[in-house]
Design a protein around this ligand. Structure first.
Ligand code: GH3
Ligand code: MG
Ligand code: MG
Ligand code: MG
Length: 318
């Protein structure tokens, strides 16, 4: 534990240092002016270190040029130094002075002449307080990391690593509102793997999962529009939301998805469509109207997908 003594009187500095030594604190620095102390603590630095150079300050009140209370105000103005314990040291126990010292951010107060037992108790109490604050700060930081991780986890599909249904639902509501305001088109692609039940029945669930992962990656590779959301809608269905995209760009994307998935050549020997995995896609493009709802868009995409299945699969219906 490193302690800094700030006092303009050399005798006071020396006697305080001796006292601290006597009660077991040997790592002691001292400054003869508030300015020197502020300098040492890094108050004037452009970039202040997160780690304070000392763990406790014993600050004299009456000093020429800058008094101890003003010095505390300067220290507390620096975010990185706001938790460092500062004990005021003075002969004056006057109430108005105490009030100002605590208002400026003093942690505690000790009066001269200093009693060793009192000093020891106050220094220990200040350190304990600092330790508790450090622990609390660390816990808060851990909690923040945990919260951020949780938020990411809540929006990601475990199996494929792309956005999940929850994330998509939220994105759809937001993008719908944005498009409504900006009078921009909004497009959606609902993608369903063809005869996937038979794929699972033939190759097993583990292969089925691997197929879902490959398809998800293919979709992600195909989508490069900024602001687009590619999500697993559920089961073997995926959805892509394209803000500011019209029907022509949505159709283009659908065509590139069919081509990409055909290129993967994932063997599906019992498929009635091809002997590899294929998908059907329902596309819908709208310029949102306030009379409609985002859910209507989803229904329209679902109808288009159903039509694609009816028409023989491995195709896009708009
Ligand atoms: P269609 O061409 O009409 O879409 O036929 P389909 O067999 O793909 O459709 P159906 O809805 O009958 O079957 C979907 C299958 O998807 C059934 C289910 O076992 C499988 N499935 C859903 N989620 C998962 C998953 O997470 N992993 C695996 N391996 N299979 C899944
Ligand atoms: Mg003094
Ligand atoms: Mg399905
Ligand atoms: Mg299917």
């Amino acid at each position: 534990m490193k302690i800094l003594i700030v006092d303009d009187s050399e005798i006071a500095r020396h006697s305080l240092e001796m006292l601290l030594h006597a009660i077991g604190y040997t790592d002691v620095l001292s400054c003869s002016s508030a300015h020197d102390a502020l300098n040492l603590l890094g108050v004037f630095d452009k970039i202040v270190s997160e780690n304070s150079p000392v763990d406790l300050v014993l600050m004299d009140v009456m000093m020429p040029e800058m008094n101890g209370i003003d010095a505390i105000s300067h220290i507390r103005a620096v975010h990185q130094l706001k938790d460092i314990p500062i004990i005021m040291v003075s002969i004056s126990g006057e109430v108005s002075f105490l009030e100002r010292a605590f208002a400026a951010g003093a942690t505690d107060f000790i009066s001269k002449p200093i009693n060793a037992i009192e000093l020891s108790a106050r220094v220990r109490a200040a350190f304990r307080l600092k330790m508790e604050m450090d622990i609390r700060k660390e816990r808060e930081q851990q909690l923040e990391v945990l919260n951020r991780t949780l938020e990411v986890m809540c929006n990601i599909d475990n199996l494929t690593g792309i956005a999940n249904r929850r994330c998509f639902d939220e994105t759809l509501v937001n993008e719908w509102e944005d498009a409504l305001r900006s009078r921009q088109p909004l497009s959606m692609l609902l993608i369903d793997i063809d005869v996937f039940k038979e794929f699972n029945d033939t190759y097993g669930h583990v292969e089925g999962d691997a197929c879902l992962q490959q398809v998800a990656k293919a979709l992600r590779d195909c989508v490069d529009a900024p602001g687009a959301c590619t999500a697993r809608f559920g089961g073997e269905e995926f959805v892509i939301l394209l803000p500011s995209a019209d029907q022509i760009s949505a159709e283009k994307l659908a065509a590139s998805i069919h081509a990409k998935i055909a290129h993967l050549q994932i063997l599906h020997s019992v498929s009635k469509v091809e002997n590899f995995v294929t998908v059907s896609i329902g596309v819908v493009s709208v310029v949102p109207e306030s009379s409609a709802k985002s859910l209507d868009m989803l229904k329209a995409a679902d109808n288009a997908l159903y039509a694609a299945k009816q028409q023989g699969r491995n195709r896009t219906v708009i």
